[in-house]
Unconditional design. Structure first.
Ligand SMILES: CSC[C@@H](O)[C@@H](O)C(=O)COP(=O)(O)O
Length: 365
């Protein structure tokens, strides 16, 4: 793994992209923007093999459900590219296993690997695999970006902002974690909806939860929004209740890491408490995610594997102690929001209102 310094400037690589990108594909290498260092530094990590990509997913150099899936797909393409030529199939299979073990909760990782694996099994030679796996990874990346743009349209319509309905009132929203260009193929899920509201002049204010302990909200979401001049106010997670009580927001908009067949949603720790707050304060609660986040094989959120990370992420920030040394820590990094607290699940395929098993089956079969 080569930790190279300095991305000159982030440039949009595809139509609809925002100017912020998390990953750059070069055919024989993958570059990942090291999200652990933002917003202080823009470092790009250059990877030439699947093990490095798996390590970067585990260490959160790259994070966010769709970006993890896209990176893993490129990781398999790299494994093919650099396969020794001997038992190339075994080398690629090993790469897939290693990538699948990197993080457990976001189903996009397994979805992308399964899609890549289907192509791999149809290949008869290493040269065919090298070409087709790279093409498939690029397709997964491009489709994710296109899906983000489509879900933003669906979301605005579901919020009642249809074309030609006069001059609607603008809204203020609260979001959690980072679901933007950094977490996806280049536009964002929940943050894509927020971007689209801003583009259409329908957005008054975004409140961004800082999102303890990893601070995706303060380090990444606030950074992305400020780069584009989108009005954002950062708040400590515990301030969300006071913001809602003051009537400051009309919608809470979040992403997802896995959505089960009954409409339960796993997302960044703290999402569930926001959904409870939204219901109490009669504020809309919207989940925005690509259909690759939907896992119809699981009946409910109880079946979702929830990642727990090292307590050091809560006890310290960059080596500075925030708690007594050795204090036991409970650090689940996702929680499950039950479907009955969710008003809308928005995907590129369409919208499920008041999600339940019937509505989910209607859209995702
Ligand atoms: C479009 S990203 C959706 C989710 O992956 C996001 O809300 C989230 O929980 C990310 O968690 P992370 O631990 O940063 O990978």
């Amino acid at each position: 793994m080569n930790y190279s310094k300095g991305s000159p400037s982030l440039s949009a690589s595809s139509p609809g992209a925002t100017g912020t990108v998390a990953l750059r594909w070069h055919g024989s290498s993958l570059e990942l923007l090291d999200q652990r260092l933002l917003p202080a530094q823009e470092h790009w990590v250059t990877l030439e093999g699947a093990s490095g990509v798996a390590q970067c997913i585990q260490d959160m150099v790259v994070r966010g459900a769709p970006a993890i899936g896209i990176s893993a797909a490129y990781g398999v393409a790299l494994a093919a590219r650099h396969a020794g030529g001997g038992d190339w199939k075994a080398e690629i299979e090993q790469a897939i296993r290693e990538l699948a073990a990197s993080r457990p909760t976001a189903v996009n990782l397994f979805w992308a690997l399964q899609r890549i694996e289907r192509v791999f099994h149809a290949c008869d030679s290493l040269s065919e695999a090298q070409k087709r796996l790279a093409d498939e990874a690029v397709a997964i990346h491009q489709e994710d970006l296109a899906g983000n743009l489509a879900m933003a349209d669906h979301a605005l319509e579901a919020m009642g902002f249809s074309v030609g309905t006069g001059k609607p009132m603008s809204v203020s929203v609260l979001t959690h974690c980072n679901t933007g260009a950094l977490a996806t193929g280049g536009y964002g899920t929940a943050l894509g909806v927020i971007r689209r509201l801003h583009e259409k002049k329908l957005l008054k204010q975004v409140y961004a939860d800082e999102t303890r302990p990893w601070l995706q909200g303060s380090r990444l979401t606030a950074w992305e929004l400020m780069r584009e001049g989108i009005p954002v106010t950062l708040n400590a997670d515990g301030a969300a209740a006071a913001i809602l009580a003051a009537g400051e927001v009309q919608w809470i908009i979040v992403g997802a890491d896995r959505i089960t067949a009954n409409g339960d949603v796993a997302n960044k720790i703290g999402t569930y408490s926001l959904a409870v707050l939204a219901r109490y304060h009669k504020v809309g609660f919207m989940v925005v995610a690509p259909s690759s986040t939907v896992d119809m094989s699981l009946a409910s959120g109880e079946d979702i594997p929830i990642e727990e990370r090292d307590g050091v992420e809560v006890r310290e920030i960059r080596g500075i102690p925030l708690a007594p040394e050795g204090v036991p820590v409970f650090n689940p990094v996702f929680d499950v929001t039950p479907a009955n607290l969710i008003d809308l699940i928005v995907t590129e395929k369409g919208v499920v209102r008041n999600p339940n098993i019937t509505g989910m089956h209607g859209l995702f079969g």
